[in-house]
Unconditional design. Structure first.
Length: 257
């Protein structure tokens, strides 16, 4: 070996002896990486190393003493997905707040902005069954009222007497229904089926409105039951005479006093 090469090998050996075990391990790893590089890159690194050795001692010391910026500590890989999830949650919350409808103020709540739910409308079948039960009560009232009229007229039901008898039954049944609807909002069959007649606003029915419903119920029921079939197309499932009279049938528990 040439003298300069011997001197260089000695310097390297002296430098190797001064290294700590960690520095030696790092040097071995760097050497393994260099061995895996392609030949062209090895040649380039070799030229750079030769140029570095040709530099004066002072220049090499300056290069070796140049402080390097400390590398930023890498975040553990397990924390990265958690951070991404947190950011996504924050974005979703911000978007939901933007599109969230404004809630009413306490003042509007106290003034009745939050209205109670509407009364429950019973099914059509339930009301029809109550009407069938009601027909039995109507037949009983008409029977006893007819006996009284028959006795008063001594059995004469011809001509004007027949018309008077029909008007008489109409008024007797009207008195029964109007009295029941205006006082408690229900007849005996309606009470059995837990039904009650109220106005559209849920309040009790007065005498005038009860009489109007009674008059409208006759053509609604006698004209082929058109008032009952109307409930299948009505938005609130109410009968035609209820829609015209401004009344509705609700469950007893949902009606207002």
């Amino acid at each position: 070996m040439k003298p300069d090469e011997q001197a260089r090998v000695q310097r390297r050996m002296q430098a190797w002896v001064k290294l700590t075990p960690k520095e030696r391990q790092a040097a071995r790893e760097r050497y393994k990486k260099l061995e895996k590089l392609p030949p062209d890159k090895k040649q380039g690194l070799k030229q750079q190393w030769e140029e570095y050795n040709r530099l004066p001692e002072q220049e090499r010391r300056k290069l070796g003493s140049t402080p390097r910026k400390p590398a930023a500590p890498a975040r553990p890989p397990s924390l990265l997905p958690n951070l991404r999830r947190r950011r996504l949650r924050r974005l979703k919350r911000a978007r939901s707040r933007r599109h969230r409808p404004q809630t009413s103020s306490p003042a509007s709540m106290d003034s009745g902005a939050l209205a109670p739910p509407g009364p429950t409308v019973p099914g059509i079948g339930r009301r029809v069954l109550a009407m069938v039960y009601e027909s039995l009560v109507v037949f009983a009232i008409a029977f006893f009222a007819g006996l009284a009229f028959y006795g008063a007229t001594h059995g004469r039901l011809s001509g004007n007497t027949r018309l008077a008898f029909q008007l008489y039954l109409f008024l007797v049944l009207g008195a029964y229904f109007i009295a029941c609807w205006s006082r408690g909002g229900r007849t005996l069959p309606m009470q059995t089926w837990k039904l009650r007649l109220v106005r559209d606003d849920g309040l009790s029915v007065g005498i005038v409105r009860a009489a109007l419903r009674y008059v409208l119920a006759w053509p609604s029921l006698l004209f082929f039951g058109v008032g009952v079939f109307w409930a299948f197309f009505d938005r609130d499932r109410q009968f035609l005479h209820d829609r015209l009279a401004g009344t509705r049938i609700v469950m007893i528990d949902d009606a207002r006093p």
